[in-house]
Design a protein around this ligand. Sequence first.
Ligand code: ZN
Length: 126
Amino acid sequence: MPQPGWKSISLPEEMVEEIARIIRERPELGYKSVSSFVIAAIRRLIEETKPTLEHFNVYEDHVTIIDHKRRRLVNVYFRNGRIYCELCQEAECPHTEYALNIPKIQEALREKGWIIKEGKVIRKPF
Ligand SMILES: [Zn+2]
């Protein structure tokens, strides 16, 4: 039975033996148990599966996006018929593409005469 607040899961015997071998042969890695090794591995995997970009807020002339990989906020501006990422200093980058796929942004830009398809500006307002 696992200790209170813990759940037990099953791992292939060979994997557990390999982890035990790594812990034994590489003490400098700092793992004290198979469990601590597995927890560290799963934490990394959970981190990897988080979305890289996340919508933070929408303003009159820009949108703020959370870039989890770079651990920072990124502003994408829509000014004078132009789209611009302050981080990449580009009109086309992962941030502008992400911003153009946010329904609320698409709606606001369409009202101003922009035409957007699949994360790309097809036509800017005149
Ligand atoms: Zn960018």
